[in-house]
Design a binder for this molecule. Sequence first.
Ligand code: PFF
Length: 450
Amino acid sequence: MTTSEKVHGQWSSRLAFIIAASGSAIGLGNIWKFPYLVGENGGGAFVLVYLACVAIIGLPLMMAETLLGRRGRQSPINTMAKLARAAGSHPAWRFVGWIGVLAGFLILSYYSVIAGWSMAYLFKVGGGFLEVGSAEATQRAFIDLKSAPDVQMVWHSLFMAATILIVSRGVSKGIEKVTRIMMPGLLLMLIILDVYAAGTSGFSEGMSFLFKPDFAKLSAESLLIAMGQAFFSLGLGMGSIMVYGSYLPDHVSIARSSLIVAGLDTAVALLAGIAIFPVVFSNNLQPGMGPGLIFETLPLAFMHMPGGALFGTIFFVLVFFAAITSAIALIEPAVAWLSENKGFDRVTASIYAGAGCWLLGVGTVLSFNVWAEKSFFGKTFFDAIDFLTADILLPVGGILVAIFAGWIMKRSESAEELELGGLYPYWLLLTRFVAPAAVAIILLHGLGLF
Ligand code: PFF
C-alpha cells in the first residue's frame, strides 16, 4: 500500500472513479448555471462555442489533470511539487495546486448558497408551500427567497454541514456510496422533464434558441464565459480531478474514463437546457433572467404535470444530490492538503475547510439583498467571485496544467500513464499548443486586454 492509499484510500474500481468524477462534474453547473448562461448569452452560438471548448480544451486537459494526479498520488499542491522535482523543474509549480485549493474554496462558498436555494425549493414544493399558479407567482416566490438573508443562511448552513459530514467520512465510504445512487436518478428525472417539455407549445422555439447559432449575439466576454463554463462544468483547472486521479488504480484507462465523464457531463447540461427553454417560451418568460432561471421556470412545468408535486420534490432532491457530489470535490483539495501537511485527521480538516467556506458564503447571501448595490470591481459580490474563479482562476490553472503535462513532464511518463497508442501525438498536440493558446487568447480577449 502506498502512503497515499493509507492516508486517503483508493477507488474500488474504474466504475467507482467514473461515477465519482461524474458526480464532481455534474452539478449545479449543468442544471442551474449552463441554462442561465445560455439564456444570458443569446442561445445557440454560445452552446456551440461551449461544445467546442469541451472537445478541444476540456477533454485533453481532463486527461492531463488526471494523469498528473495519478502520477503524483498526493494532494494537488504536493503532487505538483513532487512531479516538478522529478522532472528537474522549479518547485514553484506547486502554486498550480494552490490555485486549485483557492478556487475550490471560493467556488464552494457561493455554490453552497445556490444549493441551499434548491433545498429551500425541495421543501417548498414537497410541502406544497410554493405559489405556482402563474409565471408571476413563481417569479415572486423566487424574489422573496433572494431578498431574505436569514432564510438563505439557514439553508446555506445546512448544505455546508451535510458536505462536511460526507467528506469527513473519507473517499470510498462517503463519496463513492452517495454518488453511486444519486447520479443515475438525476439522469432519469431530467429525461422525464424533457419528455414533458417536448409536449409544450414552446418546444420548437426553445429548441431553436438552444441549437440555432446566431453569432451576432456572441461578444468577447461571452466567449470567455463559455470557456469558463467548460472548465467549471467539467471541474477542471483546480485540482479536483487531479485529486480524484490520485486515488485511481493503475490499470484504469484515463482516456476512456475522461471521455465518458466529459460526455455524460455535456449530455446532462444539454438535457437540462432542453427541459427548461421550452417552458420559458411557453410561458412568455425571458431566457436571460439570470440565476433564478430554473427556480422560476421548472415549478411551472411541474405544476402542469400529473403528479407534479411529487416529481418536483424528487427533482429538487436530485439537484441537491448533484450539488453535494460536486461540493465534495470542491472541498477535497483543501481537505487533502490540511490532512497531509497540517497533520489534521479528516474530520478536523473537513470542519476547518467547511467553516471557512461557510463564512465567505455569507457575502454571496448578502449580495442578493443587503449588498445588492455594493460594487466589487463593478460586479456584485457573487458575480465577482464567480468571475474570478470560473473565468480567471480555472482557465489559468488549466493553462499551467497543460504546460506542465505537455512540456515539463517527460513524454515517456505521460505516454505510459495515458496508454493512448497511435492517438498519443494528437493528445500531445492539443495539450502543448492548441489548448494553452486557445485558453490564453480567449482569456486575454475576454478581459479586454487585446
Ligand atoms: N462541475 C461542477 C458543476 O458543474 O456544478 C462544479 C465543480 C465541481 C467545479 C468541482 C470544480 C470542481 F472542481
